[in-house]
Design a protein around this ligand. Sequence first.
Ligand SMILES: *Cc1c(COP(=O)(O)O)cnc(C)c1O
Length: 389
Amino acid sequence: MVPLRPDPLPFCRPDITEAEIDEVIDTLHSGWLTTGPKTKAFELKFADYVAARQAVAVNSCTGGLHIALAASGIGLGDEVIVPTLTFAATANVVVHQQATPVLVDVEPDTLNINPEAVERAITRRTQAIIPVHLYGHPCEMDALREIAALYHLRIIEDAAHAIGAFWRGRPIGSLGDATVFSFYATKNLVTAEGGMITTNDDDLAREMRKWVLHGISHDAWDRYSEKGSWYYEVVLPGFKYNLTDIQAALGLRQLARLDAMNARRAAIAARYNVGLRDLPELELPVTRPDVCHAWHLYAIRLNLDRLTIGRAEFIEALKREGICASVHFIPLHRHPYYRDRFGFQPSDFPVADAAYERLVSLPLYSCMSWDDVADVIEAVHRVVSRYRF
Ligand SMILES: *Cc1c(COP(=O)(O)O)cnc(C)c1O
C-alpha cells in the first residue's frame, strides 16, 4: 500500500520565527540569563493579555499548580477535586502536597469536569477544585464558581490548553482564584518549558512569589534593603520553579503572535469540522455557545460500532498513511498509581472511561499548511472507508 504521505506529518511542531530566535540571542548577549527583566516584562504583558491583576512566571504549569496549592495552604488531610480525564500533572501536584486527589467524571459533550459530579464529591475535607479546560474548551465556570462559593472552596484552573480562550466574553485567566498556563513545547504558546500563574488576588500572588524561589520574601528584601543588597530572608521552604529570561524571551515574542497563531488553529479546526462532518463513523468536537475555544487539541471520538477496528488500530492505520495522531488522555483512574493507591474503578467514571476507548487527537498546530490539513482529512477518509462496517 502506498502511504498518502511518504514523508510523515508529525503530530506537533512548535511555531518559531526569526523574531523569537533574535530575542533569545539578544538575551544571551545581554549578560542576564535567568529570571530578570525579560521575565518581568513577560509577566506584565501576560497579565494584561488575560486581564488579570497579577502574573507569576514559573518553569512549568506543573510547578505553577503545585505553588498555587502550597500558597493556598492545602496539605495533609485536605481533598482536592480533579477530573479523571487530564494529564497526570493535574493530580500529581495534589499528592506532592500530601493532600488527597478526588477524581470525578466529565461531561459527555465537552469532556470537561462535570459540576454535578464535583458537588457530589465534596466532603468536609474538600479545599479546592482543579478544573481543566480540556483541549482549550472552557469549563462551566459559572456552575463551578457557585459551588466553590457555597462550600468555600478554592478554584485553581489548569489552563494548560486554554491560553486565549474566553468564557462568556471573559478571558480564561481571572475567573478562578488562580489560573495556571503551560508553555511546554507542544502548547499553543511555547517557551520550551515554562508556565504562568495569573490571579486577581494580590495576597495570593505575593505568597506564590515566595514559593517560586526558595521562600525568599521580597517584602523582607525591600524592608531591609538598607542592610545592603546581600540581605534576604527565607520565610518558608520554597521551591525552585522560576522561569529564565531565555525562556521569557521566547514567551514575549510568542505572546505578540498568539492571537494570529490561535486564529490559525481555529481555522484548521473549522476545516476539519467541514471535511469530516459527513463521516457517521466519527463524533467531532463540540463548541458550546458563549465560549471562545483555544483549539489546543482537535480530539475526535470513533463510533466503534460502525468500525471493524478499535482506536489503537485506527491510529496505526493513520500512521501507515503518514499521519501521526495521539490520545488525550488516558484517564487517571486507569493509571496504576491512582488505581492502586486510591482504589478508583472504571465504573466510577463511566463517561471518561467510555470516551477514552474512542479518543483520537488529530494534528493541530499553527504551522501546518493547508496541504497538511487536506492530507489529514484525506487520510481519515481513507482509513474510515477501509474499516467501516
Ligand atoms: C501539558 C499539561 C500540563 C503540564 O504542563 P507543564 O508545563 O509541562 O508542566 C498540565 N495539565 C495539562 C492538562 C497539560 O496538558
